[in-house]
Write a protein that binds this ligand. Structure first.
Ligand code: 13P
Ligand code: SF4
Length: 303
């Protein structure tokens, strides 16, 4: 990254009382620039509590949208409004309504990787780092988990006292990580510990020594005595993993899992939105008020 881009960003941040938030899946250069780097849950909490006037959110659209819903007085800018999460759209209101009719006590549990419209029809949001705790704490017996089938099945397995029914959405990046590719890495590095994000398929999770959100994967690697790891999630987490653990080795299954939407965030685009104020996230007020309820309930139940 050119030094003048970095300097101009620092200057504009001061002038506009702005902070930069970045997900672990963003490019190294973006993570290096950010004031807050984390997983979806951490970034939602930062967005809720920030006292800055402007939040530059380097992630995908559901993240910028959630930040605006949680903190409507703030200006939320996204470096590239085209950065979207395919999974966020993989559920339907019709199916939710059908399930509510079939199960009158149903709780619709919505992974935060979803559109604001889906959140409006849900009872509580979760992220990959709090889904087990929140589903376990709900009074409802019947749960419809949207949109992610894999995280939903992981919850079903780990909260067996609930009747968890899953929607058939998926993350194309995590779904593409094959069990064969993980086994190939294990052959090459027999002592390596396998760490996997719960968006991976059940076959991959069955090979994992540890399953967790990006932040949990990073924390595990940091505190583990093991020195080599096979990491089954998006390659961007490698930046923090190598920074925290210069003496440890991290291997990603082939082909390297890469979310191109996350990579649309660049230092140059951060500079551009800070300069111009363009790409401000807007959410219709009625939608915002409804979508806020499951997000706030998540923050409350995850405490
Ligand atoms: P976490 O941030 O909850 O680990 O989720 C990963 C993800 O896919 C974000 O889009
Ligand atoms: Fe969505 Fe998957 Fe990209 Fe995360 S990695 S933003 S779930 S497409």
């Amino acid at each position: 990254m050119k030094n003048d881009v970095r300097e101009q960003i620092q200057q504009l941040k001061k002038e506009k009382n702005a902070v930069i938030l970045a997900h672990y899946y963003c490019d190294d250069a973006v993570q290096q620039l950010a004031d807050f780097v984390g997983d979806s849950f951490y970034l939602a909490k930062v967005a809720k509590s920030s006292s800055a006037d402007v939040l530059v959110f380097c992630g995908v659209s559901f993240m910028g949208e959630s930040a605006k819903i949680l903190n409507p007085e703030k200006t939320v800018l996204m470096p590239d409004l085209a950065a979207d999460c395919a999974m966020a759209h993989m559920a339907s209101i019709e199916k939710i309504e059908e399930m509510r009719t079939a199960y009158p006590d149903l709780a619709v549990v919505c992974y935060i990787n979803s559109t604001a419209e889906l959140k409006c029809h849900s009872d509580v949001c979760v992220t990959s780092s709090n889904a087990l705790k929140i589903v376990g704490a709900l009074p409802n017996q019947n749960i419809f988990f949207i949109p992610d089938e894999n995280l939903g099945n992981f919850v079903k397995k780990n909260v067996p006292e609930k009747n968890v029914m899953v929607n058939k959405g998926y993350c194309p990046i995590h779904k593409a990580i094959s069990a064969a590719a993980v086994l190939a890495e294990k052959q090459k590095h027999p002592d390596a510990v396998v760490l996997a994000h719960p968006e991976c398929t059940g076959e991959v999770l069955a090979l994992a020594d540890m399953v967790g959100s990006t932040a949990e994967i990073i924390q595990y690697a940091k505190t583990s005595n093991t020195t080599s790891f096979i990491v089954c999630t998006e390659v961007g987490v490698g930046f923090e993993l190598r920074l925290d653990n210069p003496d440890k080795r991290f291997y990603f299954p082939e082909p390297c899992p890469c979310c191109l939407d996350m990579k649309l965030n660049t230092p140059e685009k951060i500079l551009e939105v800070l300069k111009t104020g363009k790409n401000a996230v807007t959410v219709d007020e009625e939608v915002r008020e409804r979508a806020l309820l499951p997000l706030d309930r998540m923050l409350e139940l995850a405490k």
